[in-house]
Design a protein around this ligand. Structure first.
Ligand code: EPU
Length: 437
């Protein structure tokens, strides 16, 4: 268990450089299983989610070479089945094994998934995934510690309609359909930039995929695919996190590798709150221009909306804005648990079951605390905090850095699931902290 002691109240200033998006890279690594030849993925971050997926791939016979500069070579020529207990031991709390199913069913005819974890942000079921796989002809068998899947008659293209534009379920369809026999039509697809980058990778491998209007994706199955060579899309969630950290600490951070196009919804909100930004060729500078910050009303949504992963660090900045801000979380039913620690530090945040803000969502009239009202500005005081999940944890770190006095933040290793060289970056930005194992 690792802990850092933060002496807050110092603006974060300097430069951080991004690598590839966690939420693309891990899926691209799985896609390599579909190829008959090795793949090369560049800009892979050194984060623990990548380590988990590497270990799972190695367990399935994929040879991996991961250089310090972020270039990863994946050779799937000796791919093999693995036992559920071993998958379980390597998966940790990751939900990624569910995405191995399509590729493994194509290559080996069977796949296992242990009971899955992931960040504790609601129930995070896998019903859409299982439904999708059944549509392609997979046979699903419940076993004591997980699920065994097989494809006795091979996988066949299907017409699939998702009840909600789930990122993972859309990836499931893509990774399964590209080598399924015949045509697949997916409606209700997620169209996040990370999904578009995965489609680009699959096309490089030889897949035939078209993205139509209105969330429809069509895939024409092919018999075999080759490896790919690809530079991963930048991590826009990390970019938004550092932007919020700049605002909350009265700082000035240049985020190298951040791009405007994939972050438009965030940039609009950042500007409305009163943050300043300069969009450059090689990144975006985010800074607090002085003066008061403004409250905002935000609804998290699927792309092209405001991402759910952007709200947590921004809440800290909103605690410094003058007036009432409202956030309606419509992607996950339970993603405000992290606000409890912020309240302990002096923020005024109340969470509600009602859909506050614009449109009623699928969590309304149910028992989910999925709306938050933040009243500011309030002074934040240092506290003892335990990191609960990846994005909530980053938010706590930002609060500790913005607060007066000292905070002890434990369980910080969880943040390295998604933020590469996190402590080094904090040091480069001038944060005052000490680290202990
Ligand atoms: N859902 C179901 N059934 C399913 C799958 C999803 O009901 O079978 C629900 C979820 O419970 C949730 C909603 O659908 O309410 C959206 O979930 P989605 O499937 O889109 O999320 P995911 O694929 O599990 C990815 C990212 C998340 C990010 C979401 C939304 C990865 C590894 N994770 O999760 O990232 O918040 O999409 O954009 O790509 C993070 O990076 O911290 C993180 C949680």
């Amino acid at each position: 268990m690792s802990q850092i002691t933060v002496r807050g109240g110092k603006p974060l200033k300097g430069r951080v450089d991004l690598k590839g998006a966690k939420n693309l890279v891990t899926k691209a690594m799985v896609a390599a299983i579909l190829g008959d030849t090795p793949s090369e993925l560049r800009d892979v971050p050194h984060i623990s989610d990548v380590e988990v997926v590497s270990n799972l791939l190695k367990l399935h016979g994929v040879a991996i070479d991961f250089a310090d500069d972020g270039t990863m070579k994946l050779d799937p020529t000796n791919v093999k089945s693995a036992r559920m207990v071993d998958i379980d031991a390597h998966a940790g709390s990751s939900r990624i094994p569910i995405l191995f199913c399509g590729p493994l069913l194509h290559q080996l005819g069977e796949a296992f998934i242990p009971d899955l974890g992931g960040c504790h942000i609601g129930d995070r079921p896998i019903d859409f995934h299982l439904d999708v796989l059944r549509h392609f002809g997979a046979v699903i068998e419940k076993q004591p510690n997980g699920i065994r899947m097989s494809a006795p008659n091979g996988l066949k293209g299907a017409k699939v309609s998702l009840p909600y534009p789930s990122v993972g379920a859309t990836e499931q369809v893509l990774l399964t359909s590209v080598r399924a026999e015949g045509l697949t039509e997916l409606s209700g697809a997620a169209i996040e930039p990370e999904i578009m980058d995965l489609i680009a990778i699959l096309q490089k491998m030889g897949a035939i995929i078209s993205v139509d209007t209105d969330r429809v994706i069509r895939i024409e199955g092919v018999k075999s695919l080759t490896g790919f060579s690809h530079r991963a899309l930048f991590d826009r969630n990390e970019a938004a996190s550092w932007a919020a950290a700049a605002l909350a600490t009265h700082g000035d951070i240049f985020v190298g590798g951040a791009r405007q196009q994939e972050m438009m919804a965030f940039l609009n909100v950042f500007r409305k709150v009163g943050g300043a930004l300069d969009i450059e060729e090689d990144g975006i500078r985010f800074y607090h221009p002085g003066g008061e910050l403004n409250p905002v009303v935000i609804e998290t949504d699927v792309h092209p909306g405001f991402m759910t992963d952007w709200q947590q660090p921004l809440v800290v900045a909103l605690s410094q804005a003058k007036g009432l801000s409202i956030i309606h979380e419509t992607v996950y039913e339970n993603r405000f648990g992290f606000t409890e620690a912020l309240v302990e530090m002096g923020a005024q945040i109340q969470i509600y079951r009602e859909c506050l803000g614009g449109t009623p969502c699928r969590f309304g009239q149910r028992n989910y605390y999925h709306s938050a009202v933040i009243s500011g500005p309030t002074k934040l005081q240092g506290a003892d905090i335990r990191v609960p999940d990846l994005r909530g944890g980053f938010s706590h770190m930002v609060a500790a850095l913005a607060a007066e006095g000292t905070s002890n933040v434990s369980n910080v290793q969880l943040i390295s699931r998604g933020y590469e060289h996190f402590l080094q970056k904090l040091e480069d930005l001038g944060a005052d902290f000490t680290y202990s194992e």
